[in-house]
Design a protein around this ligand. Structure first.
Ligand SMILES: [Zn+2]
Length: 201
């Protein structure tokens, strides 16, 4: 079984994906983690991606999909962070990576902005803090900082960019009849129970 989790940063989809996969014996595919792990192993696809990123080039759609292909497990996959575009979603289909269910972690924009503002990270131990686990005043002797990826652009701009890429995917999976929408503004335990119910349908 392959599940695709869609949602913006702050929607909690990463944490839920991790928990769902762990409790159901599935593989949690996170595009960011897979990239870093394969890069460390000097994998040719990850290295090619790194070379493109280093010169600020445009990442061709086939690279993230090849990265995904390398990491898929026979035990089922919770896929988080891929596809990012319709072209990637189509490429997954052509390469036989079928999506059983796509779950959209839906969140009103104002709550999303609030949650993104709350995100902090410790530069030493890489702990991530947010609305569910507020940052302590000190971690590893220093004040946790705003995450780098939350700083590059203003949060509303970032949100707009994510919507631009996420919303067409929602339409794509809805048209395939595999889309399920989850209210991600609920407390994490309630979101998790809703998630289990939807996937179990
Ligand atoms: Zn720390």
């Amino acid at each position: 079984m392959n599940l695709v989790f869609l949602g913006m940063p702050g929607s909690g989809k990463g944490t839920q994906a991790q928990r769902y996969a762990r409790e159901h014996g599935m593989h949690h595919y996170s595009s960011g983690d897979a990239y870093r792990d394969l890069l460390r192993d000097a994998d040719p696809v990850a290295t090619e991606m790194q070379n493109v990123i280093a010169v600020g080039g445009f990442l061709p759609d086939h690279l993230p999909i090849r990265l995904l292909e390398k990491s898929l497990s026979q035990n089922g996959n919770v896929i988080d962070g891929t596809p990012r575009t319709i072209a990637q979603a189509r490429m997954m289909e052509r390469r036989g990576i079928l999506v059983d269910k796509a779950i959209h972690f839906s969140l009103p924009a104002e709550i999303n902005i609030e949650r993104m503002r709350a995100r902090r990270t410790c530069l030493s131990c890489h702990s991530i803090y947010g609305h569910n686990n507020p940052a302590p005043s000190l971690c590893c002797g220093k004040e946790p900082e705003r995450r780098n990826d939350d700083r590059q652009e203003s949060i509303p701009t970032k949100l707009h960019l994510y919507r631009k890429e996420t919303f067409p995917l929602i339409g794509f999976y809805a048209a395939k009849g595999v889309l399920h929408v989850l209210d991600a503004s609920n407390p994490p335990q309630k979101v998790y129970e809703d998630l289990c119910r939807i996937i179990g349908l």
